[in-house]
Design a protein around this ligand. Structure first.
Ligand code: ADP
Ligand code: MG
Length: 624
């Protein structure tokens, strides 16, 4: 700008609080220097935004032909960083009041407190945003040249070394807007390196809705579509943004665009991806939602904006109410961020519930993301009820493809049924071939199948759904369905026979069970394990066992035997005969192992094969 002409400078003092602020910025926040670039871009973007708004209603704007853009120039020879915008600019009075005073009384008080040592945590300053003064983090001298958009404006230059005073000078020949020349400190020369600046700008400002050029090269490509009107954004644009944002090639599964003014001002554009990398062993996902304030990134992949189990959600939350300089630590403690988190979590939960109306599509969602919903049920008491509505299960009354919700289960409960029955077992085959379902089949009661170990933790966290308690089908005191007199008329052991057989069985089987007793629910199977431990369900024991080899579940299992079953009846008779104790022992051990197997506790296979051959051998003998 060779035709700029300087007039006589006028020297002015900073307001006391500004001096204090500058002191803190220069001496305490120098470790986070990069933020000055972002603050200046944000101001430039604001100024452009304002001009854009004004131009909608006003005609008297100077230099209308200028494109609305931000230009950054790095000068490695002179060690300067220059940023200019073609926004509204500032008059002399505006320069003095905007850059020489701190307007908000709250900020003033806060800074005074900081400076006087009342608060010693300089991190807190992030909550207020250091704004323009951040330029002094890197600048030994900062010069602001500005020409207001108003017709007949004069150009002004504001300049300061950041201590005590600044000068204001009239200058001619400026273009509309603001140009800030940061003469870099000795130890901040890196900001004259265009590559370094480019990295910062790309990281923070890629969705600024104005072109940003560095040394003439345009570097931001994508628009902040989240702040546009929903009706004006096409599916393709939404998908393109998603792909850009997530670096992926596929379209998202779902998208949710929120524009809200109350209770909070925010725009959010959230996506549920088509797939879940955690399923492919890619490890624990990072959170995928970034927080913006007026289109400037303030926290990338924020851990605060959603609960952890929503880490599969990708996107952007933008709120004008957020201070620009909020740091990760302060975002965590920000009341506003907490409010946003609560509001957004609720919106997302409602959104997913709505999607579940399309069973087929929801089935796909469920197959990919169920683990996160389950994780939420366990970890988030506040949203548990809403999360429970999203759960889906296989069940004894549906085929493998069909999933049901708890809502559907409850709606189809039998008259008089007060509990929700479930069983956790690795596979449908194992459940259906085992003893546990017998009584439920008999009573035509539906049982939910839980196939994942985590399911038991989910159920125990939920405890009930619509006031219906969850009851495991392997629970020892399953009282409702005592099947009095089932199999009546057929042969049955008497109490003495049962008692004495049970005692012998307990002696032979040993400490892996706590008790052997008569079953009141078994129909077609000779024996089953039931759980007397309310704290650890069978599935949990499977998990704990796998996790910790020393875990012992001794004392928690009861072996129930069916006194009407031919195997048990014959066993009792064989015992009375007193012959071949070795064979009797093998049979009892095998019954126990079969029961463990049906319960999905499969770590006892070793001795079994040998024993089965022994039993077969004997059976074949007696036939011959
Ligand atoms: P904030 O942006 O939060 O208001 P800043 O310290 O960043 O605080 O800026 C103070 C004020 O200076 C802004 O509100 C704006 O009025 C003015 N200002 C700063 N940079 C520019 C610019 N590039 N163009 C026009 N006005 C600006
Ligand atoms: Mg600002």
């Amino acid at each position: 700008m060779s035709n700029i002409e300087q007039h006589k400078p006028e020297k002015l003092e900073f307001q006391a609080e500004v001096s204090q602020m500058l002191d803190i910025v220069i001496n305490s926040l120098y470790t986070e220097r990069d933020i000055f670039v972002r603050e200046l871009i944000s101001n430039a973007s604001d100024a452009l935004e304002k001009l854009r708004l004004i131009s909608l209603t006003e005609d008297n704007i100077i230099q209308k032909e200028l494109p609305l853009e931000i230009n950054i120039e790095t000068d490695d020879n002179n060690k300067t960083f220059i940023i200019s915008d073609t926004g509204i600019g500032m008059s002399r009075e505006e320069l003095i009041s905007n850059l020489g005073t701190i307007a908000h009384s709250g900020s003033r008080e806060f800074i005074k407190g900081l400076a006087e040592g009342e608060q010693n945590n300089t991190q807190l300053i992030g909550q207020f945003g250091v704004g323009f003064y951040a330029a002094f983090m890197a600048g030994a001298k900062v010069t602001v040249q500005s020409l207001s958009y108003r017709e007949g404006s004069l150009g002004w230059e504001w300049s300061s070394e950041g201590v005590g005073s600044y000068t204001v000078t009239e200058v001619d020949g400026l273009q509309r807007g603001t140009r800030i020349i940061v003469t870099l400190k000795e130890d901040a020369h890196e900001y004259a390196d265009s590559e370094k600046v480019k990295r910062i700008v790309q990281q923070y400002s890629n969705f600024i809705p104005f072109d940003i050029k560095i040394n003439g090269e345009k570097i931001n490509t994508v628009q902040a579509i989240w702040s546009r009107n929903k009706n004006e954004v096409s599916d393709e644009e939404y998908n393109e943004f998603y792909k850009y944002f997530t670096n992926s090639y596929s379209d998202p599964m779902f998208r949710l665009h929120i524009s809200s003014d109350a209770p909070l001002q925010l725009n959010a554009l959230l996506y549920i991806p088509a797939d879940n990398p955690e399923l492919y062993g890619m490890g624990h996902l990072e959170p995928g939602v970034s927080i913006y304030s007026r289109k400037v990134l303030i926290d990338q992949k924020s851990t605060d904006i959603f609960p952890e189990y929503f880490r599969f959600i990708k996107g952007v939350v933008d709120s004008e109410d957020l201070p620009l300089n909020i740091s990760r630590e302060t975002a965590q403690n920000s009341i506003l961020v907490k409010k946003m988190r609560k509001y957004l979590t609720k919106r997302v939960l409602t959104f997913i519930e709505k999607q579940s109306e399309d069973k087929e599509k929801y089935g796909i969602f469920w197959s990919k993301f169920s683990r996160f919903i389950k994780e939420g049920c366990v970890n988030d008491p506040e949203s548990r009820e809403s999360l429970a509505k999203l759960l889906r299960f296989n069940s004894s009354k549906k085929d493998n493809e069909e999933l049901i919700s708890l809502e559907e289960y409850v709606a189809e409960m039998k008259e008089g049924q007060t509990d929700i029955y479930y069983i956790n077992c690795p596979s449908r085959e194992l459940i259906e071939s085992g003893p546990y379902l017998e009584i439920f089949r008999e009573k035509d009661i539906e049982v939910l199948y839980l196939h994942e170990p985590v399911d038991d933790f989910v159920i125990s966290a939920l405890y009930e759904y619509r006031q219906k308690k969850f009851v495991s089908a392997d629970q020892a005191d399953l009282d409702l369905f005592i099947s009095e007199g089932s199999g009546e008329g057929s042969e049955v052991l008497n109490q003495d026979e049962i008692f004495s057989l049970a005692a012998l069985m307990k002696e032979i089987i040993g400490d892996s069970i706590s008790e052997v007793r008569e079953s009141k629910r078994l129909l077609g199977s000779p024996a089953m394990l039931v759980n007397s431990d309310q704290t650890y369900t069978t599935a949990m024991q499977r998990v704990l066992k796998a996790a910790e080899s020393g875990f012992s579940n001794a004392g928690s299992k009861i072996l129930e035997i069916n006194p009407r079953h031919q195997v048990i009846i014959k066993l009792a008779k064989f015992k009375e005969s007193g012959s071949d104790l070795d064979f009797l022992r093998s049979c009892i051990e095998q019954i126990a192992d079969n029961a463990f197997l049906s319960a999905g506790l499969t770590d006892r296979g070793g001795l079994m094969i040998e024993r089965i051959y022994k039993i077969m051998n004997r059976a074949l003998d007696s036939n011959g």
